[in-house]
Design a protein around this ligand. Structure first.
Ligand code: 5GP
Ligand code: ZN
Length: 121
């Protein structure tokens, strides 16, 4: 069920505009409105749930479709060198939109996690 007050549900329903770059049965991909890398896409499962914290063993097929779409849109955006897929969980994890989504970041050298970098670095 779509959530009444969810901007990503509204985007998926077509009630809010987005710069869509791909879709499949389970997920939609569009450009982040405030990009923090030359490639910054969001891959969003169509089904509303708050975050990865709510995933269960039943969600395997849906997640496989999410990561398939992430690969397709990352490749199409020209991230031949590699890219990063990140999901934030809860306010303490930096999540602002409470509909599970995966950031796909690339198009420049991203810093290694050992450097103390945050996911968008
Ligand atoms: P979070 O902080 O929840 O992991 O990420 C939410 C992301 O959604 C942010 O990077 C933010 O820029 C993006 N965002 C927020 N509102 C909109 C919107 O209306 N359209 C698009 N395309 N991105 C949005
Ligand atoms: Zn939603």
């Amino acid at each position: 069920m779509p959530d009444q007050d969810c901007i990503f549900c509204d985007i998926i329903a077509g009630d809010l505009p987005s710069d869509q770059v791909g879709e499949n049965e389970a997920a939609v991909a569009f450009r982040d409105i405030n990009p923090r890398a030359p490639v910054h896409l969001l891959v969003v499962p169509r089904r509303h749930r708050t975050s990865a914290h709510d995933l269960t063993a039943h969600d395997g097929d849906e997640l496989a479709q999410v990561f398939t779409l992430a690969r397709e849109v990352a490749e199409a955006a020209g991230t031949a060198d590699g890219y990063r897929v990140v999901t934030n969980v809860g306010r303490g994890g930096g999540q602002m939109v409470d509909h599970l989504h995966f950031h796909v970041l690339g198009g420049r050298q991203l810093r290694h996690i050992d450097s103390g970098a945050s996911p968008q670095d």
